[in-house]
Design a protein around this ligand. Structure first.
Ligand code: NAG
Ligand code: NAG
Ligand code: NAG
Ligand code: NAG
Ligand code: NAG
Ligand code: NAG
Ligand code: NAG
Ligand code: NAG
Ligand code: NAG
Ligand code: NAG
Ligand code: NAG
Length: 493
């Protein structure tokens, strides 16, 4: 034998022992590949798995011995070990996993192993020293994070990892829960094939667009939060298990995409009876109450909410366990104010105008002050009902007479003198006159006064626009700018 050959043989020996290629006995042909009692037993895993972060999968232990079962496995067995039947191709050298029990890292990491008494190729993932028992196991959460080896090989999803039970589709894991003596090994199939569902908000131009409208980052965040919240609430009500919460995937100029995962198609399907109503509700967050017109900024756009699988074009989505399409073609609004998108419903913030418009003398003999009092009240519950600051007041006003507005005089409650600020106008065509910044607290706003100083050559009715005479329409903003309740304020001569 040449030295080269003996070296090669020695090397093979080392590699062989590292990978433990010794023969599998083939004594047990089905998982869990050993002599033990698979049922009845005290423990099982919840039928669905939850993924908290990508690559981490959490199983929940249930202590639920069948009624009347008096055997050792039902009444005394502890819970020492979890085994999962896996695809042998996932057991590549250097691959690893880590585990936690109730958020505490396990002392011993999960091991990829050959099933010693199984058929050639049968492979298991083994997590031992669980240290659970009949009084501690119920509700325990075992999370496993799968990692590739240095070369990026290995299985990182349970769908790739698990060898499904005979006849079951991919996405099912066979599990077994062992006691210290390896006598009991109850187990059950756990579904790991999640249902990815995405909600898309899209804007399509359907007529002449004079001002292109884009979703803003704030608007995307607000809508995505509404989807996440509604999905959570509705899923809790329908017992549908979400394995990863809904969150924003992308926010482009005219499309917002929000995705999440249900634990399985069956779980997601539990919302099928509700998803149309949910889609209408999300649509109304963009377009406003569907019985009235859309905000002016959306005129000539069609707004669509689509629910379906993961894709990029909402018109051609892969199907999902939930599907819905709802849209509204926005007509030009006959009441074209305000020009921004915000909730104009009266009463939704703590601030409202109080009483008619009053008149005072201005700083100059040629000017008059038109004064609006503000008061606070108990708002309709909603996102702006907890506002504590009155940020600004905006009026629907005629840009043609902008030079005749000399400024605003402000007197919050508690102030001993007037504060005078200049008038601010919105962009050309917005016909928006702004008293800003106010930055009044609730106490300052309650009884506070905002006065518009206007040259006497212009009547208030020439300055204030809108369908009703002697009326100034005013939006009261809190700093979030998502709510701008719109009020008519009256002037009686
Ligand atoms: C299993 O593999 C061993 C060697 O790796 C071999 O000797 C044995 O015949 C194989 N058994 C079966 C059933 O294929
Ligand atoms: C998902 O959202 C719900 C409700 O907002 C929250 O209670 C839960 O902790 C979230 N789950 C994860 C995995 O982040
Ligand atoms: C094991 O994984 C490989 C690679 O992903 C796949 O081709 C094979 O079908 C899987 N085997 C089983 C039994 O699922
Ligand atoms: C279960 O384990 C806990 C903590 O390890 C221990 O305090 C308790 O006595 C055990 N209960 C039973 C029934 O063995
Ligand atoms: C909407 O489209 C109509 C007809 O194409 C056009 O006259 C109108 O100016 C458009 N409105 C806006 C706000 O772009
Ligand atoms: C909307 O986004 C497009 C593309 O990014 C950009 O060209 C356009 O100016 C934006 N319009 C507005 C009103 O922000
Ligand atoms: C949800 O599950 C709980 C407990 O399993 C049950 O009491 C309730 O009736 C279920 N609700 C629905 C809507 O299925
Ligand atoms: C405006 O806010 C109120 C109170 O939160 C809410 O009931 C209403 O649906 C909202 N309207 C729109 C168009 O978002
Ligand atoms: C979802 O779709 C996007 C775009 O089509 C793609 O980049 C991404 O990989 C997909 N994600 C999953 C989990 O399929
Ligand atoms: C601010 O305006 C009020 C009311 O018009 C006026 O009495 C006051 O003198 C002004 N203060 C200053 C500093 O201009
Ligand atoms: C708003 O007023 C508060 C005090 O009430 C002050 O701390 C804050 O700096 C003011 N913010 C602005 C933008 O003026």
């Amino acid at each position: 034998m040449s030295p080269h050959i003996s070296f090669a043989v020695a090397l093979v020996g080392i590699l062989a022992s590292a990978l433990r290629v010794e023969a599998q006995t083939g004594k047990f042909k089905v998982f869990p590949y050993c002599q033990c009692t698979p049922s009845p037993g005290a423990y099982s895993l919840a039928p669905t798995v939850v993924s908290k972060t990508p690559g981490t999968y959490c199983f929940t232990v249930k202590t639920n011995p069948p009624q009347g079962c008096k055997s050792y496995c039902c009444t005394q067995a502890d819970l020492k070990k979890l085994e999962i039947d896996i695809n042998s191709s996932c057991r590549v050298p250097g691959v690893s996993a880590v585990a936690t029990i109730n958020d505490v890292r396990t002392k011993v990491a999960p091991v990829f192993d050959k099933a010693a008494q199984g058929l050639n190729g049968s492979t298991i993932l083994k997590l031992t020293q669980l240290g659970l028992n009949l009084s501690t196991a119920n509700g325990a959460e075992i999370c496993i994070t799968l990692k590739t080896n240095g070369a990026g090989q290995g299985c990182t999803t349970l769908e790739q990892l698990c060898a499904p039970p005979a006849g079951a589709p991919p996405g099912t894991c066979s599990t077994a829960l062992f006691d210290t003596a390896d006598d009991c090994c109850p187990g059950n199939p756990v579904n790991v094939k999640t249902c990815k569902t995405c909600v898309y908000f899209s804007l399509t131009a359907t007529g002449a667009i004079s001002r292109p409208y884009n979703f803003t980052a704030t608007q995307c965040a607000t809508l995505a939060a509404a989807v996440a919240r509604d999905m959570s609430i509705q899923s809790a009500a329908a017992n549908a298990s979400i394995s990863s919460n809904f969150s924003m995937v992308s926010c482009e100029t005219n499309q917002l995409k929000v995705c999440g995962d249900f634990a399985s198609d069956v779980e997601g399907g539990k919302l099928r009876a509700f998803i149309d109503d949910m889609a209408i509700q999300w649509l109304s967050q963009v377009t406003g109450d569907l019985t009235t017109s859309c905000p002016i900024a959306l005129a000539n756009y069609t707004v669509t909410v689509t629910v379906g699988g993961n894709g990029s074009d909402p018109a051609v989505l892969p199907s999902s366990c939930l599907d819905a399409v709802k849209s509204t073609a926005c007509k030009p609004n006959p009441f074209p104010f305000p020009k921004c998108v915000c909730n104009t419903t009266q009463g939704i913030s703590p601030f409202t105008p109080d009483g008619p418009i009053t008149q005072l003398n201005g700083r100059k003999s040629k000017s008059l002050l038109y004064c609006f009092s503000i008061k606070t009240h108990t708002p309709i519950p909603g996102p702006c009902s907890s506002a504590t600051i009155l940020q600004k007041v905006e009026f629907w006003a005629n840009e043609a007479v902008r030079t005749k507005v000399l400024g605003f005089s402000l007197k919050p409650t508690g102030a001993s003198s007037w504060k005078n600020i200049s008038a601010t106008w919105g962009g050309k065509g917005e016909e928006t006159l702004k008293a800003t910044p106010l930055n009044w607290t609730l106490a300052q706003a309650d009884g506070g006064t905002v006065c518009m100083e206007v040259d006497r050559s212009v009547a208030l009715d020439q300055l204030c626009l809108g369908p009703t005479p002697n009326t100034c329409w005013a939006n009261l903003f809190d700093p979030s700018r998502t709510c701008c309740p719109l009020y008519p304020t009256y002037y009686t001569i």
